[in-house]
Ligand binder design. Structure first.
Ligand SMILES: Cc1cc2nc3c(=O)[nH]c(=O)nc-3n(C[C@H](O)[C@H](O)[C@H](O)COP(=O)(O)OP(=O)(O)OC[C@H]3O[C@@H](n4cnc5c(N)ncnc54)[C@H](O)[C@@H]3O)c2cc1C
Length: 475
């Protein structure tokens, strides 16, 4: 069957205006928020067409046709992914799931919202806020990222310290398998003791097992108050010990955002592995005001034991506001035609890497030390070390200060070495952005031979023609 014949078949399923083949549109949908650099050696291709399904039945018919013809299918949400999960690596059709954006039901009694996958997280938040509720997943990209994309990457947001990643918000899913079969997982997760939790097959698996067409997610009643605090420590280590204590004492802060940054802002004053360095902790507590007064007291006793200084409340408030308005600025820049406004996260064009690993709490400081040493030895500067959410979640930003021609190569090799160290310490290669095409070469190390075999077997069973988002997560 030729491409034209296949597209004619698709035209029988969705109306002609929902099959886009304009060159500019194809180029736009070929990538997500951070296009691969040539040095990364990632496969890239243009989609054959972008299809906008309007219903689960459309998705099922399209996948049936694609399986019959062996045409790759790439699900696409808001396109804010940063690992190439929604990018096109082999000519195929992009399913623009943003076209399925209806809110189906909000049940305050069950504490759930049932939505189509293309609903933008920020729009859902706005709707449930009218009923004095909120969504527990609150990422930077909230104004653009979709429910389907967030589930498929198991993203992490500002409230993850208390509410966990997106996967933990999911109560149940409707998914179309590559063969066109429609599956509904049970709508009571995690309160089920009756066999496999099928929902988890589709959380963080980047659309390689099927297309999410409906999701029921948890919503929470607004709390009386959310208080924000900004604290400063003399070193990363002091702040980390304080965070570790907060969690081990059973406190449940809503937000934990802790960072030591290069104080020059230009990347010229790198972070030293064992040296001091001012580090800021942004912390939020929420609840009733009497309960908050007690929590505040306990927090203060803990953090002051590690030398914390309180910063102006204005610093805390503006941090929270800026973290939320930056997503809106990103959305505006995209609407104004800038395709990749976040390419260097506001930094200049020098080579850089932003790595989000997670390791057991007992290994975080070992990883930080080893990673800074690795980047130093490669002539690269670590300009940020951070903990976001829970104490296990450790990230680093490193740059090539000289902007040298082999900068990207050294950044890539050293980032891989750091991530390998994280795996060796019992950790994971990524805690929030997924694997996509960027980290898939490290998956065999993380999963081991047995893990790779298991995932391949599931993939082959569900997707016999190998059409679903090929060359993502693993080869
Ligand atoms: C400015 C900016 C800030 C960011 N901040 C955060 C942050 O705070 N926290 C965080 O975790 N991430 C963040 N990210 C990364 C990104 O926003 C997340 O990965 C987000 O979850 C992706 O959602 P999306 O709708 O854009 O998905 P896309 O990028 O479109 O797709 C992501 C993956 O999901 C798959 N997919 C999409 N829809 C479906 C579906 N219906 N069924 C099956 N598979 C599907 C795609 O194939 C792809 O593999 C940020 C990115 C940017 C650009």
């Amino acid at each position: 069957m030729t491409t034209n014949d296949f597209l004619l078949e698709i035209n029988q399923i969705v109306s002609r205006d929902n099959v886009l083949t304009d060159d500019a549109v194809l180029a736009d949908y070929a990538e997500d928020a951070i296009p691969a650099r040539p040095e990364e050696g990632v496969e890239q291709a243009l989609p054959l067409a972008v299809i906008r399904p309007q219903s689960t039945a459309h998705v099922a018919e399209i996948l049936k046709a694609a399986t019959k013809s062996g045409v790759p299918v790439i699900p696409y949400g808001g396109g804010t992914g940063v690992m190439g999960g929604a990018s096109t690596t082999k000519p195929g059709i992009v399913l623009d799931m943003a076209s399925m954006d209806k809110i189906i039901d909000v049940s305050l009694q069950d504490g759930t919202a049932t939505v189509q996958p293309g609903v933008v997280l920020g729009d859902l938040e706005e709707i449930v806020q009218h009923a004095n509720h909120f969504v527990g997943h609150d990422p930077w990209s909230r104004p653009v990222a979709t429910v389907g994309g967030a589930i498929s990457t198991n993203g992490v947001g500002y409230l993850a310290a208390k509410y966990g990643p997106m996967g933990r918000q999911v109560v149940g899913l409707e998914v179309v398998l590559p063969t066109g079969e429609i599956v509904r997982t049970r709508n009571l997760r995690p309160l089920v003791s009756a066999g496999l939790d099928m929902t988890s097959l589709f959380i963080g698996t980047e659309g390689i097992f099927g297309v999410i067409t409906e999701a029921t997610i948890r919503i929470f009643p607004e709390l009386e108050e959310r208080r924000h605090y900004a604290l400063e420590f003399d070193s990363f280590q002091q702040g980390f010990f304080a965070i570790e204590r907060l969690f081990s004492e059973g406190l449940a802060p809503a937000m934990v955002d802790f960072a030591q940054e290069d104080e020059s802002e230009s990347g010229g004053q790198p972070i030293i592995a064992d040296g001091p360095g001012r580090s800021q902790l942004h912390l939020s507590l929420e609840g009733g005001s009497a309960e908050l007064d007690i929590q505040e007291q306990i927090v203060w006793e803990i953090v002051s034991a590690y030398g914390a200084r309180t910063l102006d409340p204005e610093v805390a408030q503006s941090f929270w506001e800026d973290r939320h308005s930056s997503g809106l600025r990103y959305k505006e820049a995209r609407a104004a035609g800038q395709r990749h406004p976040w390419r260097n996260r506001g930094r200049d064009a020098r080579a850089g890497s932003y790595i989000h690993t997670a390791v057991p709490i007992s290994k975080v400081l070992d990883l930080r030390f080893a990673a800074i040493r690795m980047f130093e030895e490669a002539g690269l500067n670590v300009v940020e070390c951070a903990i976001w959410g829970e104490p296990e979640m450790f990230s680093i930003i490193a740059i090539d200060p000289a902007g040298s021609p082999d900068g990207w190569q050294r950044i890539r090799e050293t980032s891989d070495a750091m991530i390998t160290e994280a795996i060796n310490l019992g950790g994971t290669i990524e805690y929030c952005h997924g694997v996509g095409v960027r980290l898939k070469h490290l998956m065999p190390q993380e999963l081991g031979d047995g893990g790779v075999h298991l995932i391949r077997s599931i993939k082959n069973a569900l997707d016999p023609a190998g059409i679903m988002n090929p060359a993502k997560l693993f080869d």
